[in-house]
Design a protein around this ligand. Structure first.
Ligand code: SF4
Ligand code: SF4
Length: 181
């Protein structure tokens, strides 16, 4: 049995896709084999998703204005790498993790980027990419009515808080499975 190693709480390495796939399968099997143990983790992951869905229209308005004219698009693999925490969140949602089909190079365009933009919804994107607001985008967002910006900011912070609760719940629950995958 493969053991879960907590030191793997690092960026998932895109140059070892086979190992990443094994990790995804192992984590997935936890949720399949111990559905009740991870009930709270899954519920919290859904709350996180709902908060991201709530702020999505706000971010989208300003991203459309700024990103469509950007000449230095930030959607590169080096900026979009998933982390272990993202993997737990996505599998707790019982969604399919968007595995790349091959090893990736850091400076290549993000493997999830298409001519029409990002091919996955915001709530499934890596945290690091999802909440990267460049100076121009942030400045544009700050032109929003103060109440709307405040609501966005509060929802964002609540999402981060619940995400941490979700991760705490996952690691606590993991002890009930003896860490076996
Ligand atoms: S977030 Fe900023 S850097 Fe990235 S695509 Fe939009 S405007 Fe460009
Ligand atoms: S996940 Fe989507 S938004 Fe994020 S860097 Fe990749 S293509 Fe861009």
């Amino acid at each position: 049995m493969q053991q879960f190693c907590l030191t793997e709480k690092i960026e998932l390495l895109w140059n070892k896709i086979d190992e990443l796939k094994k990790l995804v399968d192992g984590l997935d099997s936890l949720f399949v084999n111990f559905p009740e143990v991870f009930e709270q983790t899954k519920a919290l992951a859904n709350e996180v998703k709902n908060l991201i869905l709530k702020v999505d229209p706000f971010v989208e308005i300003y991203a459309k204005k700024v990103c469509s004219n950007c000449i230095n698009i930030c959607c590169l693999n080096k900026n979009s790498r998933y982390e272990y925490d993202d993997l737990i969140y996505i599998l707790a949602l019982r969604e399919k993790f968007p595995l790349p089909e091959r090893n990736l190079k850091e400076k290549e365009p993000c493997y999830l980027l298409t001519e029409k933009g990002c091919k996955i919804p915001r709530y499934l994107r890596p945290l690091r990419c999802n909440w990267y607001f460049c100076k121009e985008l942030l400045q544009e967002m700050e032109t929003a009515p103060p109440r709307a910006f405040r609501e966005f900011s509060n929802t964002f912070n609540k999402m981060l808080y619940l995400r941490q609760q979700m991760l705490n719940s996952f690691f606590q629950s993991l002890s009930y499975t003896k860490g076996d995958v």
